[in-house]
Every structure is written in structure tokens, then in C-alpha cells.
Design a protein around this ligand. Structure first.
Ligand SMILES: NC(=O)c1ccc[n+]([C@@H]2O[C@H](COP(=O)([O-])OP(=O)(O)OC[C@H]3O[C@@H](n4cnc5c(N)ncnc54)[C@H](O)[C@@H]3O)[C@@H](O)[C@H]2O)c1
Length: 253
């Protein structure tokens, strides 16, 4: 499938990046990875940093769609982590993608953007409910979403921002998730994460700007509106907690 458009996945070596690249490759896409550490099992992958504008420019060359995942994935020191990785990195990726003529951006936001509505309701939370960010990590995701909206409105790009559920990165995350009732309603299995990003790549070209949620099937009740991702992108989760945790090296017994 040498004529297939190239999909760039930043953060390709990470938890969700590996799930997305595996699903896209299985569907026949040409996938290019970009990460500050090597990406296993991906031939076309670059090692580079989001803070290096030239490296990002090289990564987006000839790319049709950018899935932007690379970031510090939770609250951390603002000046040394969030500022370079989650703010400057967003600027470099989105601006380079625009200049290179990429048509679609798929941006990894977080449920932490609507954290306080999750505590206070009303539920399920919709994509156009106002942000109620938890901390500076979530504030940086609000910036990411606003930057995506600007690329759609001012530059005619097709942009999908996804507020992702909780896809554990470690055995410790799995244990933490297992101990929290609410967390099982926002659990996102690696399989559903991969399928979500493939659906977003395959969404109709006329998609302009949407904020959607991606989780696996809730155990008790839906915290987020999952109907919009189904209607717009055809994404329907298949897993429910704890399906998918067997992918971790030592799953709970
Ligand atoms: N996993 C979750 O539960 C979850 C939930 C909501 C949102 N997200 C978002 O999804 C995305 C992926 O998260 P993940 O769980 O796969 O995290 P991860 O830490 O497993 O992957 C992130 C990847 O980005 C790379 N990276 C970080 N800074 C970089 C930089 N400056 N330059 C180049 N590469 C860099 C890391 O090396 C890593 O491989 C992140 O944007 C995160 O904020 C994740």
C-alpha cells in the first residue's frame, strides 16, 4: 500500500502511541513515528524532541494526518516539563503541520480538562461544556484544544481533539485504577485507544473541528458523552474494565 497517505504519530513510543501505530499499521497505513526515545517495531520513525523546531519540520514533511500524542502525560513541573513539552511542543507541531500542508490534526487532550464537572455534574459531560481544568497540565490541554480550533477556523484544517480516558501506563496505574470506582467508568483500554485513533484518521474529510471523548465502555455510568464520537467518527468502544489490562506485564490476579 505504498500510495497510502502518511500518518505521523508523535509520542509513538508511548503507551497510546504504540496502540495507535499498531492499529494503523494493521489497517495498511504508512505510519511515521516521532519520539524522543526510539520507537520499537516501527521502521519509519525519528528520534527527536518537540522543542527542536527543525526536527519537527522534518517529521511532518509529506504527511497527510498528524496524531499529536507526545507530551508530559500528567501534572509535572511547569517550567521544565509542561512549558517545553506541552506548550512549545504544541506550537511547533501544529505550525509545522500547517506549513507542510497536512490536512488533519488529531490532538490528544484529557478528561482532566473537565475535571470539576466530573465531580459536580451534570453528567455525561459534552464536548462543548466549558472547561473546568484540574491543574496546569489540564490548562495546557485547553491551550492545545484552542490551538486546534484556530487551525480549523483560520486555516481550514480538519481537527479532532479527543479528551482521552485513563489508559494505564504501568502496573501501578492498573492497581490505582482497580481501587477507584469512578476510574473504571473512564478506563480506556489500549485496544479501544488504537481503534479510536484509526477511526479519527478515517473520519470524513469534511470534518472541521470537534471535541470528542474516548473511553472504553463504562462499568456503572457514562461520565462523558460517547455518542458524538460514534456519530462523527464511527468509534464504538468494545472493551470494558478490566479487558485489556492483560497487556501489562503483571496483570492483577
Ligand atoms: N494514558 C492516559 O491515561 C492519558 C489520558 C489522557 C490524555 N493522555 C494524553 O495522551 C498522550 C499520550 O499519553 P501516553 O499515556 O501514551 O503517555 P506516554 O508517556 O506513555 O507517551 C508519551 C510519549 O511522548 C514522548 N515525549 C514526551 N515529551 C517529548 C518531547 N519533548 N519530544 C518528543 N517526544 C516526547 C515520550 O517519550 C513518550 O514516549 C499525551 O498527550 C497525554 O497527555 C493520556
Amino acid at each position: 500500500m505504498s500510495e497510502a497517505p502518511i500518518v505521523l504519530v508523535t509520542g509513538s513510543a508511548g503507551r497510546i502511541g504504540r496502540a495507535a501505530t499498531a492499529e494503523l499499521q494493521a489497517r495498511g497505513y504508512r505510519v511515521r513515528g516521532f519520539d524522543c526515545v526510539p520507537t520499537p517495531d516501527l521502521k519509519d520513525s525519528m528520534v527527536g524532541n518537540l522543542t527542536d523546531e527543525e526536527a519537527v519540520r522534518r517529521a511532518v514533511e509529506g504527511v497527510h494526518t498528524v496524531i499529536h500524542l507526545a507530551a508530559t502525560p500528567d501534572d509535572d513541573d511547569f517550567l521544565t516539563q509542561l512549558l517545553p513539552n506541552n506548550l512549545l511542543g504544541v506550537y511547533h507541531v501544529l505550525e509545522s503541520a500547517r506549513l507542510a500542508g497536512a490536512r488533519r490534526l488529531i490532538l490528544a487532550s484529557s478528561g482532566q480538562v473537565v475535571w470539576w464537572q466530573r465531580q459536580r455534574g451534570p453528567l455525561p459531560i459534552k464536548g462543548d461544556d466549558p472547561p473546568t481544568p484540574r491543574g496546569w497540565y489540564a490548562v495546557a490541554k485547553v491551550f492545545l484544544e484552542a490551538a486546534g480550533r484556530m487551525c480549523a477556523d483560520s486555516h481550514g484544517m480538519s481537527v479532532i481533539a479527543v479528551r482521552l480516558g485513563w489508559c494505564p501506563r504501568s502496573r501501578e496505574h492498573v492497581e490505582e485504577l482497580a481501587a477507584l470506582d469512578w476510574a473504571k467508568d473512564v478506563y480506556l483500554s489500549p485496544g479501544d485507544a488504537g481503534r479510536f485513533f484509526a477511526c479519527a484518521v478515517e473520519a470524513p474529510a469534511e470534518t472541521r473541528f470537534d471535541v470528542v471523548y474516548a473511553t472504553s465502555l463504562p462499568v456503572r455510568r457514562a461520565m462523558y458523552d460517547l455518542d458524538t464520537a460514534k456519530q462523527l467518527l464511527g468509534f464504538e468502544p468494545r472493551d470494558r474494565w478490566p479487558q485489556g489490562v492483560e497487556e501489562y506485564s503483571a496483570p492483577p490476579t
